[in-house]
Design a protein around this ligand. Sequence first.
Ligand SMILES: [Zn+2]
Length: 403
Amino acid sequence: MLDAPLALSYAEIRMSTKELPSSSVGCFSIVMLLIVLLFIVGGVVSSQDGRNGAGSRFARVSNTPLSQQPTPIALITPTATRTAATPTLHPSATASHTPAPTDTATATVTATGTATATPSMTRASHHAPVTTKTGMVQADAELTRNTLTPTPTVLPLPTPFGVYSYTVKAPILMYHYISVPPEDADIYRKDLSVTPNNFRAQMAYLHENGFTTIDFYELSLAITGKILLPEKPVLLTLDDGYRDNYENAFPILLEFGHKATFFIVSEFIDNGYENYLTWEMVHEMAAAGMRFESHSRTHPDLRNQPRDYLIWQILGSQQTIAHHIGYTPRYFAYPAGRYDEETIQILQELHFWGAVTTAGGKWHSFENRYTWPRLRMRYTTQLAEFADFVAPGDARHGLPPER
Ligand SMILES: [Zn+2]
C-alpha cells in the first residue's frame, strides 16, 4: 500500500529534475529523495501508531491509577515521582523487559504493566485476610506476576509505572512484648508491653470495624500502583521476636484472621534464648501466613558501623530467615530505630524493598521506603486511642506530606 505514493513521488522528482542543469540534478534529487523518504517513514510510524493505539495506550499507562479509582483509591494520593519523566519513551515492545533488579528510584514505563492492575481487585476484599498457607502462596504468586519476572533469581524491587507512585496512608502498628509485664519491670520494659487482654481488644476492634491487615509486600505493590489497597488497611508489626508473640499474640491473630509481620533477631533464635521464639515456632507461624522479616543478627546500633559489619548483620539475618521461611525477606526494621545513610545503602544493595523506623507517622511512599514510620503501641494505649491510630480519617481527603 506504500508502493503507490512512493512511485508517484519518485516520478515527480524525475520530471522536475529534467528542467535543472545536470550538475545540480544529482544533489537536488538526493535531497528530494531524503525528504520523500522522511514522509514515508513518518507515514509508516503514524499508521502503526493508529493500528496499535500506541498513542492512547501511552496515555493509559500514566493515567490508569488515576482513572481507575474505585473506593479504595480514596486512601491513595498520587504523587509524581519526577525521577523519570521520559516523555520520549514509546511503549514499544522494547520498552522494558528487564528482569534485572532495579534498586534505583527510576520509574520504568512498561507497556505490559497495565494488565497487572486488574488482579488487585481481588485483594481489595475487606474480609479476606490471608492467613492460610495457601493464601500466602497465592500472595507470592501474585507478587511474582506483578513484578513481571518469570523465573527470578532475585525478585526485583517493584517500581512505579510511568511517572506515578502513590503516597499511601496505612498505619503500621509497632508492638514488642504481648504479655503482662513482670512485677519488677522498669519503665521501659513496661512501656514495650501490651497485655494480651488489650491486644485481644485491639484485634477484635480491627475485625469488627472492617479493617484488613496487610503485609509489606502488599504495601510496596500499592505504592507502586500495582494493586489497590483495601479501604481500611493496617499493618501489624511485632519487633524482636519474643516468646510471648507465639504464646499470646499468635492465637489471637489466628482467632480474628489477622496477618502480622514479625521482625526477628536471627542470632537470638539461633542461640536458643528462652525469652525468644524458636525456629519451630517461626515455621508454624509462617505456615499460618505470618510474615517474618529481618531485625538484624544481634540488634546493635547500626550507625557509624563499618560496611562489612553492616553486611554481616543485615545479610546474615536475611539469609538465615530465608533458610527457615522458604523465601527471602525483603524488609528490615532498624534495631532501636537507629540507622544512617550507609545502613540504607547496604539495604538497597541487598535488594531490600523497604525498612521501618520507630518514628511516628502514617504516610508511606516509594521515595521514603527505607524510612517508613510506625505507630508505637504502649502499655498505656487504650482502645479509644487505638481506634484513633488506625482510623482512616483524613486519609480520604488528606494530602500527602510532600505537597
Ligand atoms: Zn528491636
